[in-house]
Design a protein around this ligand. Structure first.
Ligand code: CP
Ligand code: NVA
Length: 312
């Protein structure tokens, strides 16, 4: 059964098909057209962590495609009231697909392992695949194509950075992480990217200004992710030289775009000045979550439509 637990589950060609689907659906929506490509399909949203964008964009996305969603919070007792196998197999009796945001990546892997229904990762400590698809869509809209572009992630080598590095390798983009020692991306994850995509252009720099010198897009995220709240003070100190501010932007080319997955802590990893500048695409990027995830849902649940309507 096809899942989207990480972007290793999807081929570069299918990522391109998802992006093309997302762009077509976005254009059609602008004209008031909401094609019922997933009529009466039901999407469960199993969330162990807070969310605005992921939850609302999936719920509105499936509704616009003619389906419906149901939010499953703590009260369903995932991992508490019954075995994971019973829980997942029963869920598969009712719904067509589940988006899961979990405290640990293993839990989403386990959910998918029963092959009871397609599982979409809505963020774990390891990665955030749907975010990266929306980010690639935003780069494509801004530059016409992702290939050959240079994305510089300034900040923690976290879940968002992991998915971005992978999608960059899949779409022939260069990825640079600018971070202090001790906050690099997981070495096994990078090794796996390079093994699957030997032409991947991934590097890491300590000096943020040097890193952004040739950037087409500068990307940042919070310094302490959900679950790392206890490390916030220590991380504020470690990342002090990695704020995306006017000074850093002055070291980048004038065409450079600014991205952030949000939520942001304004005044920490990014200043108001940059967030609200003409170079910032963060609101469009957040909006693209819905369009990109419509593409993912159609890819998982209505491949035939993509086969008939999308040519790359
Ligand atoms: N970027 C993102 O996933 O936002 P939420 O945590 O609000 O879903
Ligand atoms: N790295 C952040 C992303 C939030 C969308 C976190 O995991 O909290």
């Amino acid at each position: 059964m096809q899942h989207l637990v990480t972007l290793f589950d999807i081929s570069p060609t299918d990522v391109r098909r998802v992006l093309a689907t997302a762009l077509v659906l976005k254009q059609r929506l602008k004209k008031g057209d909401r094609p019922a490509l997933l009529e009466r399909r039901v999407l469960a949203m199993l969330f162990e962590k807070p969310s605005l964008r992921t939850r609302v964009s999936f719920e509105t996305g499936i509704a616009q495609l003619g389906g419906t969603s149901l939010f499953l919070g703590e009260d369903v007792g995932w991992g508490k009231r019954e075995s994971p196998s019973d829980f997942t197999q029963v869920l598969g009796q009712f719904v067509d697909c589940v988006v899961c945001r979990a405290k640990s990546h293993d839990r989403v892997e386990q959910l998918a392992s029963f092959d009871a229904l397609p599982v979409i990762n809505g963020l774990t400590d390891v990665c955030h695949p749907c975010q990266a698809v929306a980010d690639a869509m935003t780069v494509q809209e801004k530059f016409g194509d992702c290939a050959g572009k240079h994305l510089v992630f300034v900040g923690d080598g976290n879940n968002v950075a992991n998915s971005l590095a992978l999608i960059c390798a899949m779409l022939d983009m260069r990825f640079t992480l600018a971070c202090p020692d001790g906050y690099e991306m997981n070495a096994d994850w990078i090794r796996r990217i390079v093994k699957e995509y030997p032409n991947a252009k991934i590097d890491r720099q300590v000096d943020a200004k040097a890193a952004v010198a040739n950037a087409d897009a500068i990307y940042t995220d919070v310094w302490a992710s959900m679950g790392q709240e206890a490390e916030a003070a220590e991380r504020r100190e470690a990342f002090a030289a990695y704020q995306v501010n006017g000074d850093l932007m002055a070291a980048a080319p004038s065409h450079t775009r600014v991205l952030h997955c949000l939520p942001a802590i304004r005044g920490e990893e990014i200043t108001d000045e940059v967030m609200d500048s003409e170079q910032s695409d963060v609101i469009q990027q957040a909006g693209n979550r819905m369009h990109a995830q419509k593409g993912v849902l159609v890819w998982l649940l209505n491949q035939a439509w993509i086969d008939q309507n999308i040519t790359l």
